[in-house]
Design a binder for this molecule. Structure first.
Ligand code: SF4
Ligand code: SF4
Length: 96
């Protein structure tokens, strides 16, 4: 039996992101987002679980001790909202 893909490797398009080493913070990956997390301070107990679970390290502590979202790098995955034990984060449509 012949391989239907044989000889077609050259047809696969090359995809690449070109950037210099150590430049991850310069890439505004938040522009990919369709939903964004919104925190209700009255429900937040500052436990930091959202910060622990964010896969993009897009949460930081602000001067009031609350865990703030860096919207330049948050991709809107919703993990912080799912893991928040207080239900303090909800995902809203971008632009809302
Ligand atoms: S997980 Fe929820 S309660 Fe904990 S710091 Fe984050 S927003 Fe606040
Ligand atoms: S939505 Fe995802 S990327 Fe954005 S802050 Fe929450 S866990 Fe991080």
């Amino acid at each position: 039996m012949s391989n239907p893909s044989e000889g077609k490797e050259k047809d696969i398009p090359l995809a690449a992101t070109i950037s210099k080493p150590g430049s991850a913070t310069e890439q505004k990956t938040g522009e990919w987002r369709s939903k964004r997390p919104q925190r209700d301070d009255s429900l937040c107990d500052k436990c930091g679980i959202c910060w622990i679970f964010c896969p993009d390290a897009a949460i930081y502590i602000n001067e009031d001790g609350y865990y703030e979202v860096d919207y330049d790098h948050c991709k809107g995955c919703g993990i912080c909202a799912r893991e928040c034990p207080m239900g303090a984060i909800k995902m809203v449509d971008e632009g809302e």
